[in-house]
Design a protein around this ligand. Structure first.
Ligand code: NAD
Ligand code: ZN
Length: 344
């Protein structure tokens, strides 16, 4: 079968022919219907050899949807023909975190070398993929796989981040979204759907700000130090009750810290390597700073429910598997509107 692989440190991903995978006990073989392109792929492909821990060659794709093609011995909950989305942050299924559905924070994943698809295990950018357990599949129940595959990360990750801040986002509050790309443009819609907050979006690119407005942001500003004064002015000097940074570079974490209100939340989702100084007097009183990773299985079900209710819609650009390297080029250049989706 064909697969998109990252094969050599510092190289661009390429489409190659690889053996068809065979389903083992407890596993599920999917015929992939859609695979999303995430900035995290770009990030790992930019790592130097000494920091790269995902194995080579790596079949990319940690957002996946497909049709069950075959099931291994012992699999009883899914059947050939079922349309499913893949819950990507695979865990052991037994530990205290996994028992709560929070496999994204599995206590054993590292020791047992359990790796998410596309981030260690072979991913969804291939004609077929193996899912290690039926536990990691969620029924699509009528949702279009192409339009919704990115909810498995670009939806689930902001949903988890925002849900944790909901107690601070009632009526009359303000939320700021920094970076309105794949995750951010879904985050804006989730904030509109489940919170009472006024939503302010920041980006460095005017086209991304236009998308932010189109998907529901009340106000937009260019992401630069002046944005702090703009947010303060809109909030009567208080600042934002929650800031979600979907970039995470040094300038954006500093912006996030500077515009958070007393008792507000700063949630750094982007993995840009920025560090926020939080000593006494450096940020407003009682600000909580979080660095979440992906989300729980229950939250994936919830975010798919939001889509089914028509409250969240991912803006997509579609590409064939052969065109996947072009999708990554366009992501690299900051040109994707919303999310790129590969159709293997
Ligand atoms: P993306 O490329 O689709 O979007 C990034 C957006 O940020 C773009 O619109 C870009 O114009 C904007 N941007 C860049 N620099 C900026 C700045 N200084 N200020 C404001 N906006 C700026 O990326 P994505 O796929 O949405 O991913 C966003 C980030 O989240 C990446 O760092 C990715 O690796 C990370 N991520 C984290 C998790 C997690 O679990 N924590 C999960 C998925 C992705
Ligand atoms: Zn676990």
């Amino acid at each position: 079968m064909k697969a998109l692989q990252y094969r050599e440190i510092g190289s661009r991903p390429v489409v190659v022919e690889v053996p068809d995978p065979e389903v083992g006990p407890g596993q599920v073989l999917l015929k992939v219907t859609a695979a999303g392109v995430c900035h995290s792929d770009e990030f790992i492909m930019g790592l130097p050899a000494e920091q790269y821990v995902y194995g080579l060659p790596l079949t990319l794709g940690h957002e996946g949807a497909g049709i069950v093609e075959a099931v291994g011995a012992g699999v009883t909950g899914v059947h050939p023909g079922d349309a499913v989305a893949v819950y990507g942050p695979w865990g052991c299924g037994r530990c205290h975190m996994c028992a709560q559905g929070k496999e994204n924070y599995c206590l054993n994943a590292q020791a047992e070398e359990i790796r998410p698809p596309g981030l260690g295990a072979p991913g969804s950018m291939a004609e077929y993929m193996i899912v290690d357990s039926e536990r990691h599949l969620v029924p699509l129940d009528g949702l279009d796989p192409v339009k919704n595959v990115s909810l498995t990360d670009a939806g689930l990750t902001p949903y988890h981040a925002i849900k944790n801040s909901l107690p601070k986002l009632g009526a009359g509050t303000t939320a700021v979204v920094i970076g309105t790309g794949g995750l951010g443009h879904v985050g804006i819609q989730i904030l509109r759907a489940i919170s009472g907050a006024t939503v302010i979006a920041l980006d460095v690119n005017q086209e991304k700000l236009d998308l932010a407005t189109a998907v529901g942001a009340h106000r937009t500003f260019l992401s630069n130090p002046d944005a702090v004064a703009s947010v303060k002015e809109l909030t009567g000097g208080r600042g934002a009750d929650a800031v979600f940074d979907f970039v995470g570079v040094q300038p954006t974490v500093e912006l996030a810290g500077a515009m958070a209100a007393a008792e507000g939340d700063v949630t750094i989702v982007g993995i840009g390597g920025g560090a926020l100084a939080v000593g006494f007097g450096r940020i407003a009183y009682d600000v909580a700073v979080r660095t979440p990773y992906w989300g729980s299985r229950a939250e994936l079900i919830e975010v798919l429910d939001l889509a089914r209710a028509g409250q969240v819609e991912v803006e997509i650009e579609t590409y064939s598997l052969d065109e996947a390297p072009t999708a990554y080029e366009r992501l690299h250049e900051g040109k994707i509107r919303g999310r790129a989706v590969i159709l293997p």
